[in-house]
Design a protein around this ligand. Sequence first.
Ligand SMILES: [Zn+2]
Length: 118
Amino acid sequence: MSLYDGIKDVAKVIQKADNIDLYRQLLDLGQQALDMQAEIARLREDNARLLKEHDLEAKIIRHSAPYITLSEDPLEIQYCAACWSTTKKLIQMDEYTYYSVPKLKCSVCKCNFYKKNT
Ligand SMILES: [Zn+2]
């Protein structure tokens, strides 16, 4: 039986007893219980997101230039270190050359810099 169904069943019993104050209290308590259920669902989502971020954080390799790579990534994809620090999102950097010198640019935060071999 769900919480909502349980509250409805108790409400029916209280309605038959014709006790308005008790019925109102039950409605208030029911609303509080539903609010707490919603809060628990939100907290579970936050917890799952934080665990995922924590797992990723353990795989991050930082470099002297402001990009990051992930351990165990055979492609060594370069992600924006600034975006990771501020939003915890992995944004792949664009690699291009400027006067034959390799540079990296983030398409989100627009930071760009010369790529160093680090
Ligand atoms: Zn960025």
